[in-house]
Design a binder for this molecule. Structure first.
Ligand SMILES: C[S@@+](CC[C@H](N)C(=O)[O-])C[C@H]1O[C@@H](n2cnc3c(N)ncnc32)[C@H](O)[C@@H]1O
Length: 210
């Protein structure tokens, strides 16, 4: 039953080709030409947007058939991997072992066991752009399975004191690709010593409208 739900959700999402407004709002924070990981990329709408901005993009999904047109694009690296099938993609022997990225983009996907490794794969100065469904979305369309719904504050808890949170929201988001209850986070790995006298992290421009 869960797989049927997942397939329906996937096909509904594949019909959306515009990138996430949360991603487009914060894409300017990614280092120019910095490599991006688009995790659970689906049809690649988010990574494709970043390719257009001059970033090399690593796409990963359990089904990459919708990315076939990118196979000749030298800036696009594509891996078909089941992220929940026991293969540790970031561990030795995994397809992304030892790799780091200037940005990691995760939109509409949640697999909690990956979070630690994802944070570890973020390069210094790298940007995490995460948006997915949260508790409360049961009242809307799928997903309704709690395994796929973030708890209150969960993204903030994950990044903890490791990343500088630039923006966060949790609630009913009508302007999103699919209306529902979502949590959105943009955070930067730059909490190390800074050039400021008070050693506070650098500030980032966030004023672009969603
Ligand atoms: C809702 S879609 C979102 C796609 C894309 N991020 C977007 O925003 O358009 C979720 C994606 O997660 C992928 N996915 C689900 N389970 C996965 C798994 N175990 N391993 C890899 N990818 C998975 C699906 O194939 C699907 O493409």
């Amino acid at each position: 039953m869960e797989n049927v739900e997942d397939d329906k959700t996937r096909h509904r999402h594949l019909r959306i080709t515009a990138p996430s407004p949360w991603l487009t709002r914060f894409a300017h924070l990614i280092a120019p030409s910095g490599r991006v990981l688009d995790l659970a990329a689906g049809g690649g709408r988010n990574g494709r947007h970043l390719l257009g901005l001059g970033h090399p993009v690593t796409f990963i999904d359990k089904d990459t058939s919708s990315l076939a047109d990118l196979s000749d694009d030298k800036a696009a690296e594509i891996y078909e991997v089941d992220l929940e099938g026991g293969e540790e993609v970031f561990s030795p022997g995994g397809v992304l072992a030892g790799r780091t990225f200037q940005a990691i983009v995760v939109i509409n996907y949640l697999h909690r066991p990956l979070m630690g490794a994802l944070l570890g794969a973020l390069a210094p100065g790298g940007v995490l752009i995460y948006e997915t469904f949260a508790r409360g979305n049961e009242a809307f369309v799928r997903p309704r399975n709690p395994d796929h719904l973030l708890k209150s504050g969960e993204l903030l808890d994950w990044v903890g004191s490791k990343l500088q949170v630039v923006a966060y929201e949790h609630g009913i988001i009508q302007a999103a690709d699919i209306e529902g209850v979502k949590q959105r986070l943009c955070a930067v790995r730059d909490l190390g010593p800074s050039t400021r006298d008070d050693n506070e992290p650098e500030v980032h421009p966030v004023s672009q409208s969603v």
